[in-house]
Ligand binder design. Sequence first.
Ligand SMILES: [Zn+2]
Length: 222
Amino acid sequence: MRSAILVESAGERLLVDCGPDLRAQLLAADVTALDMVIVTHDHADLCHGIDDLRPVAQAIGAPVSLRGRAETLERLTNRFRYAFEGSTNYRPVLVARPLDEEESLGTASLRFVDQPHGGITSLGIRIDEGAKSAAYSVDFNSMTDDMATLYQGLDLWIADCLRRKPHPTHAHLDAVLGWARELGVGQLLLTHLDNSMDVAELARELPDWAAPAYDGQEIVLA
Ligand SMILES: [Zn+2]
């Protein structure tokens, strides 16, 4: 599965990223309506399922709110102009709205940080619900001070972990485990694993506070 998460709070739903198999993911998760979609960056593997948001727009009777950094949204608007503008017989599917410093989803608050991802940045997202905190960090290769500040002491960190060997644009296993220890995160889930990462082997060797994430996994932050 392409990396994506669905966040739900007090009946509101956020989808983070919309990769090429979005239709299958939405069907598997029984999702018809969404309150917003955040795109972490405009790499094809995380946003080229954008056309599959059309049935969501039809279900909610309005264009889907597509959120992200202004530069990301500008690039997506240029690439998928038809979806934002519509045409004579087709209504727009998406409306682009740059993210504010802090956003809310139901009773949760969302904060953001730019993460180095090779020559570009991707968006890291922290979610606070009551006294609990989580963050989703896909596609990044180093830990900046701003990231460390936002991710300090998380109850749950879902982090990019492409493989065991270092990679120029993605995080690798030793680095992620080291950052998680420094940040004092309670639970670490590894995502965006490539084919070299054997899930059973990882599950055996990881400390008890870390595990590989899996498709369809549900986590209650309470
Ligand atoms: Zn990427």
